[in-house]
Every structure is written in C-alpha cells, then in structure tokens.
Design a protein around this ligand. Structure first.
Ligand code: TEU
Ligand code: CA
Length: 569
C-alpha cells in the first residue's frame, strides 16, 4: 500500500513534469519551429530621447508608456530600452551604478512595472540593455574595490601594478581614447577600463562576478523582461598576462595609435560565460541579443554557439557598417550572414553610428533611399532591429561647437570626431515646439531643423511618407509567411544595380527587387530554376510609379525603387 502510493506520487510527478515541459516548448516555438524572437520586429529606443512626460527635457518611462500604441500600430513586437538604470550618466546610462533599479531621471521601479504591464497588454515585449563588461566607478562594488587591496570586492575588477616610472601595465588603448589603465592613488595600482575612466571593467574570471551578474538577469526576468541586449560583449575577458597588443600603422578617430586588439577583444573565454548566461535565459524563454562587432562569418558564427547555445541574435555589424548603396556589396554581405547557418540579425542604425538616413542618402533622394533601406533589411531572412526615428527619416544633427558636446567620445574626439550626440536627438513627434518631445524650454539635445518635415504627425497624413511605407511593410511582413520564415535565394546575381532575391516558403515565394542606383532599371526574372513556372508576380508593395503590373520580364524600377511581389508555383 505504502509502496503503491509512493509509485503513484512518482507517476503524478512525472506526468506533471512532462506537461510543464511540453507547455514550455509550446511557449517557445510555433508549429513551424520558430521561436518568438524570430518572428518579432525589434525597436531600439534611447530613453533620454523618446518622449518626456514630466517636462524636464529628458525622456522617461512614462513617456515610453504613452507611446506604446504608436509602436504597436507601427508593427513593433519588442522594444529594447537603452540603459535606464541608476547612473552618473557619464556615458548616458552605459555607466551603471545599480543594476536593479531605475534612474530617477526615468522614473521608478513601479513605473517600470506599469510600463511592462501596459506593454504586455499590447503584446509588446521588453528587452533590457545589459551593460555586462563594466560598471560605473560609482557602483558600490567599485567603491569597495578601490577602497583597499584587501576589500571584499577588490578582485571584482582588474587591478595591476604599473611598469614603474608612471608607465601603465601595458599598451592597450581605450575605445574612448588614451590608455585603458587608470592609476588610483589610494591603493597605488592601476585599474582597467576599456571605455571611459568612469567605466571600470568587471573581472569575469571571478565567479562571484558571474553569480552577481546572472542574478541581475533573474531579477529582470521576474519583472517580465523577455531578454537582454548584451553591451560590448566582445570585451568580457582580457589576457591575464597582459601582453601588449600589436600596433598598426596610423591613428584612429580619437588620435591614438591603431592596434590589433589581440589580447583584450573576443577571447575564447567569452563563450563559456555566454553558454551559462544562455541557460539562465532559457529558463525564462528569453532572448539574448549581442552587440557583436565581428570581422568575419567565422567570428559571427561562433557567437551562436557550437550547439546554438549562446546568443540567439548576434547583431551583424558587418552588414550595417557597409556604408554605401551597392547591390554587389549587400549581396555579398547577405551571403556571408547566410553562410553562418544561423538566424541573421540585421540593423542599419543605432545610438553609436551616424543615422542611416545620412549614411545612405545621396542628398537628393534621401526619403526614397530610406524606404529602399527599409525594403532591404525588413524583408531579409532574420530578425530586424529598428532604431527609433528611422521610420520617419530622422537625420543626424551634430554639435557645431565643442561646448555643446555631451558624448564623452565627442569631447575627446573633437573636432575630428564629433561624437554620437547627432544620432541621439529627441524623437520628432509633430511639427510643434520641440517636436512634441518635451514641454521644457530646452531638451537635453537640440531638435534638428528637419523635424518640421520629418515627424510622426505630418508623415501620418502623407500617404507617400517614409512612416507610411514602414507601416505597410511591417504589416505585410507580419502577415506573410514567406517573409517571416522563407528561405533566402539570391537572384540575378550579376546585376550591379538591382539587388533581388526570393523569400521562399513551401509553394509560395515573395520576390524583392531593390534598385540601388539613381537610374531607372528594367529587370527580368526567370524563376523556373527556382521551381516557379508562373511568369507573373502579384504586386504586394512598391514605391515605383506606375506600379509594375506583374509580368516578371517587364519590371521597371524607378531610381531607388522597392518592388515586392508574390509568386506562386
Ligand atoms: O558600445 C561599444 C562600442 O564598441 C562602442 O563604443 C563603439 O565602438 C563606439 O560607440 C563607436 O561608434 C557600447 C554602447 O553601445 C555604447 O553606447 C557605449 O558607449 C559603450 O558600449 C560603453 O558601454
Ligand atoms: Ca572587460
């Protein structure tokens, strides 16, 4: 009897386990085996600049909450919020002094919970920015670490003796200019900071650091967060022997010698941490997005993990740093991303690089080119990550006087490099005072003059605007299985002007043709080799006028036009 009830309890436990396992599986993939993050459109927003609810000139969480309907209508499924944790704001939030709270500039934890609830009601997921490589020098861990050589947190950061004579431990150069080493007189040692001196690097060789940082992710998962964007994830480890990096010819933007970052960038050890971080994420069906600056397909491939057990969405920076409109170059770059065998992650802009509107624009057809770029990265196989304002054609507005520069990189780089303020200006909501971003007299960064023409309100009323094109395209993407899940097949690969491809899903396919040139192009497609005998496509969306009417050998594309059509077998 006793034995039987024991057996029954075991059986019940086993059934429960099986049920909960299959429920977890149900949650994480659709019928075709796609995870939620493969179907989602992501949107990066810089909280300082999105929407200001309390009139202090700086965006905040309540501001974001008030714009969720805008994002939903646009077709956004997940927002990645750049750091909104307590921070001295030396690097505008990328210097975190408390990973488990919200900076009062942006609101409170209660505001965050409200935002999370409101987002969930609209089926919008929240991705937090995880500044995993370094903290602020005001973080209690660092304050303790620097207090004495024997403090509890001493080994949470990287402390070394200098070479004597005021010489730092080695020749490594900071991404923000100068040596990566800063002498601290209290304990007579140098600490390592890849970025600003106010951003000391954590020592990921210390298991206590790993435990504390993994717990940070658990804290946010419990609050309903669906994943993290991993900041500067290439840089977690440094060579323990501190070998000098090989010095290259020439100087960088900030005037320092160029070097090959052989001993402090992309060390093997990164991958062990990523695998363990991923296991924690998997418990919450969460996604890891990587700020992965790779130089080759092989490096990008490694970030997925040997068994797809590291970063699900390593951003492809080789794609987005391709700064010219070139059908050949993009074709090559897409093939490279496809060759990794992983699920690609495409971006064309972020808070660290000149806005895509300016980088790709020719000064004459910029609006058209903005639509062309949307037609590209929102129809490729993979997950796209938008950058706020891209959908309305926001352009860079760089400071013109050194005293106006906010970004620490711009302060060091001036006048050669003006920093990143220009791509971080406030979102342009309407044509009113301060573009509807704030009621304050002065927003934290000035509103560019182009806000009069490029803003949400005016573009909502213009059927030919960039914004309407994004809405239509994202709507199409969400409804169309071939765009969501279809294979990528390059077409007309010798064409120097028109980038064309099929997204094929079972018997359906979507044809995408993008004229990357400033002259009209007549393109012909023969899809019989791809198994499509029909000589016609049904136009789904195009910017070409008149719309090409269907026969696949008679598609004429205006300069910089997008054509998207459905073909069936
Ligand atoms: O960026 C890492 C990074 O490599 C950048 O510093 C980049 O090289 C630079 O912006 C030039 O464009 C991340 C964040 O995205 C960036 O905003 C932070 O400043 C940096 O980390 C430090 O946290
Ligand atoms: Ca580091």
């Amino acid at each position: 009897m006793l034995q039987n009830s024991g057996f029954a309890a075991l059986l019940i436990a086993a059934v429960c386990l099986a049920l909960s396992f299959s429920r977890a599986q149900e949650r994480s993939v659709d019928a075709e085996g796609h995870a939620w993050w493969q179907q989602a459109v992501f949107y990066e927003l810089y909280p300082r600049s999105f929407a200001d609810s309390n009139g202090d000139g700086i965006g905040d969480l309540k501001g974001i909450e008030a714009k969720l309907d805008y994002l939903k209508q646009l077709g956004v499924d997940a927002i990645w919020i750049s750091p909104c944790y307590p921070s001295p704001q030396v690097d505008f939030g990328y210097d975190v002094s408390d990973y488990e709270n919200i900076d009062p500039l942006y609101g409170t934890l209660a505001d965050f919970d409200r935002l999370a609830k409101a987002a969930k009601e609209r089926d919008i997921r929240i991705i937090m920015d995880f500044v995993i490589n370094h903290t602020s020098d005001q973080h209690p861990w660092f304050l303790d670490s620097k207090s004495s050589r024997t403090s509890a947190h001493r080994d949470w950061y990287i402390w070394r003796d200098g070479k004597g004579d005021g010489q730092p431990p080695n020749n490594w150069i900071s991404g923000f200019g100068g040596s990566t080493w800063k002498f601290d007189a209290t304990t007579g040692q140098y600490y390592y900071h890849y970025f600003a001196t106010a951003q000391p690097d954590l020592n990921w060789r210390n298991p206590a650091v790993e435990r504390a940082m993994f717990d940070v992710t658990r804290f946010w998962y419990k609050r309903g967060v669906s994943g993290f964007r991993l900041d500067a994830v290439d840089l977690l480890f440094e060579d323990p022997d501190l070998h000098d990096n090989p010095v290259l010819e020439g100087k960088n933007d900030l005037g320092d010698p160029k070097m090959q970052e052989k001993y402090n960038d992309k060390l093997r050890e990164n991958h062990d941490v990523l695998r363990r971080l991923r296991s924690v994420a998997d418990e919450s069906n969460a996604v890891l997005v990587g700020e992965t600056y790779t130089d080759s397909a092989a490096e990008l491939k490694e970030y997925y993990g040997a068994h797809n057990d590291e970063i699900q969405l390593p951003m492809d920076f080789m794609f987005c740093t391709l700064d010219k409109l070139s059908a050949r170059e993009f074709r090559k770059q897409i093939a490279l991303a496809e060759s990794t065998g992983g699920w690609p992650t495409y971006v064309i802009g972020n808070h660290d690089m000149e806005r895509s509107y300016v980088r790709y624009g020719d000064g004459k057809h910029n609006d058209q080119i903005a639509k062309l770029m949307a037609g590209l990265y929102l129809t490729l196989r993979g997950t796209p990550i938008m950058y706020y304002g891209e959908e309305i054609g926001m352009e860079n507005s760089n400071p013109t006087r050194r005293e106006d520069v906010k970004d620490p990189m711009g302060v060091t780089g001036w006048p050669g490099y003006k920093g990143r303020d220009g791509e971080r200006t406030p979102m342009q909501w309407d044509g009113s005072f301060n573009a509807g971003f704030t009621s304050a007299a002065t927003p934290w960064l000035p509103i560019p003059p182009s806000a009069k023409r490029h803003n949400v309100a005016s573009e909502s009323n213009d059927p030919n605007s960039i914004l309407q094109f994004y809405r239509q395209l994202l709507g199409l993407r969400h409804r169309n299985q071939a765009l969501l899940a279809g294979d990528y097949l390059a077409l007309n690969q010798d064409d120097p002007n028109v980038l064309a491809y099929l997204r094929q899903y079972k018997k359906e396919a979507v044809l995408v043709a993008l004229n990357m040139s400033g002259t009209p192009q007549h393109v012909r497609f023969n899809l019989s080799a791809e198994g499509f005998s029909s000589a016609k496509a049904k136009t789904l969306l195009t910017t070409s006028a008149p719309a090409p009417n269907g026969p696949l050998d008679q598609i004429v594309l205006e300069p910089f036009a997008v054509y998207i059509g459905q073909v069936s077998q």
